[in-house]
Design a protein around this ligand. Structure first.
Ligand code: GAL
Length: 783
């Protein structure tokens, strides 16, 4: 018999036409509930980001100072055709948190962990025609995550229909060797209630869609518990996946019955090999390279936790341009699309499961569910993610409290076992802080492949002496603090807060931290202090700087109204702070010249002028045409510096190599704010309902110089085929809403994020501000 009559699987985006209610409405699970008054929306959705900042919010400033609570989602949908012969699955990429799902009033289950992806088979509850799905999301128990989590169905939802004999979800595992040998393990389900005879065929396609190799059909009899089959294929002269050339192949798995294709399952993969060495560090495809990484939380600034592929891609583009080659998904599994982007754009990834185990960090965090759910959540992360060529490390946890007591030994062994059972091709580590290995019970478990150390950069040097033969990675570093465009010199580097007894730093009345790279948390170090150590030693396989971007929540070192982090190399709006260019000068091969600070000071003030540069022997600085001398980096220096008595005019830096000019940078004293300039990151975007154009708003004087301290209120009007998805200015203590048609500039800049509708056309954004001439920009959207 054939198990089904129509074609192979369909996977449909299930984001549209949801109804939403903020609050608890227990009867909404039943089919006949009337939701006509509820708000209609399209997922992904984060209700927290739509709320008002409030010091008293249960999530506290540490959680971003935005509302959490309970929310309900409902959707009426038409069941896929031929129900009785199909397996119908609903897939949630992420719901924050404690989701409960009902289909036609039938409870499918609960999922406490808000960062996990999960799915339910729903066919047996469906009827032909109209059906109702209801989802309760409960993020009311706070404090929870130590950063902003967002609330709601904040990642994509999918509806899949397959034959009753099909490849299981996350059912393939592709491993490769650089010789071109490809091993495929496939889990096949049989829900027909009787044994079936089928054949399975694997084919590999090149990135441009050409058939590379087709395996032999393998005939199988499968009983009702399903089966797992393995097979080998061989690619001649494979193109290797690397950071520079992130080449991916596509495996197509076909299941045939009676000469008909009843399932077709696609798996992207890359051919690459890597190694960690205790002395020589990391290598990819045999070539030594340092892992130059940043840690990223999952929020997308003004867009909150609601995932948007373009917003993630923009973050990664900025990281790539800075020279970053690796991302640590701190401290939880990311959206699947984030990993797809890393595969495609060439980033290495450390995929992290947890920020705590059974011992809590906050009252209502995942420790409450760890016992019941850790196995399932960890397994699901590995099963979901193990085909991504970008992933080179599994982290079972960040700064886990069980380091400090003997329960850590057994849990570490168990978690490592869970991972190794599903994937033996990648090392497992944990980001540790207890530096005395004898006292570190996670280390004592003797189960980890690599020693991952957070902070403590002074210990890098002697690591090989203290831990002979142990592989080493700086899993988290730095925690420097800065506010874009704010400069404050100090004779010594500041530690804010200064020690473990002080919660907040004295700080300043601007709620800012200097962008001269002279402030860090006491457990951390400045960007330069850290990188100088990490770059010195080959045995340091790499580092993950805390953090690439500012993120919502954890506003250390300030109390309210600070509500987002100061750690980012780039601010929350996506404007680089100055340290960005230090990394760029060190981590890329392109010529860099960047000078700081701005050039608007009181006459006579002694100002430190810094230059980051590369691909040059020296930099000469001029003030109003007069040379202030040439400087070049000595020894370990990462920048050069002049002390200049301020006078208004033009500060100009020229970098030279062998006396030939490489780059010139100028900064001019700005006059009064006079006009607005709008710059789009992309002027042509897709009319797909999700694509974005990020518009940088610059406040200029009449001559076109950016006004460095401008804080003008900017009003936006938008017309045509788009809307404002969010606004921001990167200031960590701004309490203006992110969903608004206005924003104050901060140090001369703010941002408006335009989102396309599904109608092709143009989006016109007009920005105006009292006393300034206004400006507009037009973005084209096309199908
Ligand atoms: C680390 C922690 C991060 C973040 C950071 C701030 O210890 O792993 O999640 O809290 O400190 O400096």
């Amino acid at each position: 018999m054939t198990t089904q009559s129509e074609g192979p699987r369909t996977r449909t985006n299930f984001n549209k036409n949801w109804k939403f209610f903020l609050g608890d409405e227990p009867t909404a699970k039943s089919t006949n509930f009337n939701d006509s008054k509820w708000r209609k929306l399209t997922l992904p959705h984060d209700w927290s980001i739509e709320g008002k900042f409030d010091e008293k919010t249960p999530a506290k400033p540490e959680g971003g100072g935005l509302p959490t609570g309970i929310g309900w989602y409902r959707k009426e949908f038409t069941a896929p055709a031929n129900l009785q012969n199909r397996l119908i699955t609903i897939e949630f990429d992420g719901v924050y948190k404690n989701s409960e799902v009902w289909v036609n009033g039938n409870c499918l289950g609960k999922r406490p962990y808000g960062y996990t992806s999960f799915f339910y088979e729903i066919g047996r509850f469906l009827k032909p025609g109209k059906n109702i799905i209801a989802v309760k999301v409960d993020n009311s128990a706070q404090p929870d995550s130590r950063w902003y989590s967002g609330s709601g169905i904040y990642r994509n939802v999918w509806l899949t229909s397959t034959a009753k004999v099909a490849v299981a979800k996350w059912g393939t595992f592709v491993t490769t060797e650089n010789t071109g040998k490809v091993n495929v393990r496939t889990q096949i389900e049989n829900k027909t209630l009787r044994p079936q005879i089928i054949a399975i065929v694997n084919s590999v396609y090149s990135a441009d869609g050409k058939l590379v190799v087709k395996g032999q059909a393998q005939a199988l009899k499968i009983d009702t518990s399903g089966t797992t089959v393995t097979g080998d294929l061989s690619i001649n002269n494979p193109v290797l996946w690397s950071v520079q050339n992130p080449y991916q192949y596509k495996l197509v798995t076909e299941i045939l019955q009676n000469n008909q294709i009843i399932d077709r399952y696609e798996t992207k993969f890359g051919v690459r090999a890597f190694n960690f060495d205790a002395e020589k560090g990391f290598s990819l495809n045999g070539k030594p390279m340092k892992i130059l990484g940043v840690c990223l939380h999952h929020d997308l600034g003004a867009l909150g936790a609601a995932i948007n592929v373009r917003a993630m891609e923009r973050q990664l583009e900025m990281m790539k341009a800075m020279g970053v080659n690796a991302i640590r998904t701190a401290h939880n599994p990311p959206a699947p699309e984030f990993l797809d982007l890393c595969d495609k754009m060439g980033f290495l990834v450390m995929d992290e499961a947890f920020d705590m185990w059974a011992k809590k960090k906050t009252k209502n965090d995942y420790h409450l569910h760890f016992k019941a759910w850790h196995k399932r959540d960890l397994e699901d992360m590995i099963l979901r993610d193990r085909n991504h060529p970008s992933i080179i490390l599994w982290s079972i946890g960040n700064e886990i409290r069980e380091q400090f007591d003997s329960t850590g030994v057994a849990i570490t062994k168990e978690l490592v076992g869970i991972v190794k059972n599903l994937d033996q091709t990648r090392p497992v580590l944990s980001a540790l802080t207890e530096t005395d290995a004898k006292k570190n019970f996670i280390y004592q478990a003797n189960a980890l492949d690599i020693y991952g150390l957070n902070y403590n950069h002074k210990l890098y040097k002697d690591f090989p002496k203290n831990y002979p033969g142990v592989k080493f990675l700086a899993t988290e570093t730095t925690s420097a603090l800065a506010t874009r465009g704010f400069y404050d010199t100090a004779d010594t580097i500041r530690r804010w807060p200064k020690d473990g007894k002080t919660k907040f730093a004295e700080g300043n009345k601007e709620w800012s931290a200097s962008a001269y790279d002279n402030v860090s948390a006491y457990w951390g170090s400045t960007h330069e202090e850290t990188w100088k150590e990490a770059k010195k030693y080959d045995h340091v396989s790499g580092l993950f700087v805390w953090t690439g971007f500012d993120y919502l929540g954890e506003p250390l070192p300030y109390p309210w109204p600070a509500r987002s982090s100061y750690f980012g190399i780039v601010d929350l709006a996506g404007f680089p702070k100055d340290a960005y260019y230090m990394y760029q000068s060190e981590w890329t091969t392109k010529p860099v010249l960047h000078i700081l600070p701005h050039w608007n000071w009181e006459k006579g003030k002694a100002v430190e002028v810094w230059a980051y540069y590369s691909n040059a022997d020296e930099v000469e600085l001029y003030l109003n045409g007069k040379s202030l001398g040439k400087k070049s980096k000595q020894g370990e220096d990462l920048h050069v510096q002049w002390n200049v008595d301020f006078e208004p005019g033009t500060l100009k830096a020229v970098s030279r190599k062998n006396s030939k000019e490489v780059l010139v940078r100028e900064v001019k004293t700005a006059g009064a704010a006079a006009k607005i300039e709008l710059i789009a990151d992309r002027k042509n975007i897709k009319a797909d309902g999700t694509d974005l154009s990020f518009i940088t708003v610059r406040i200029l004087d009449k001559d076109g110089n950016i006004v460095p301290n401008a804080d003008n209120m900017v009003d936006f009007k938008v017309a045509g085929a788009g809307f404002i998805a969010g606004v921001d200015n990167g200031f960590q203590a701004s309490l203006e809403p992110f969903k608004a048609a206005y924003r104050k500039a901060f140090h001369g800049l703010c941002l408006a994020i335009l989102q396309a509708t599904e109608k092709a056309g143009t989006i016109k954004l007009t920005a105006s501000s009292a006393g300034l001439s206004s400006s507009s920009i037009t973005i084209n959207t096309a199908k």
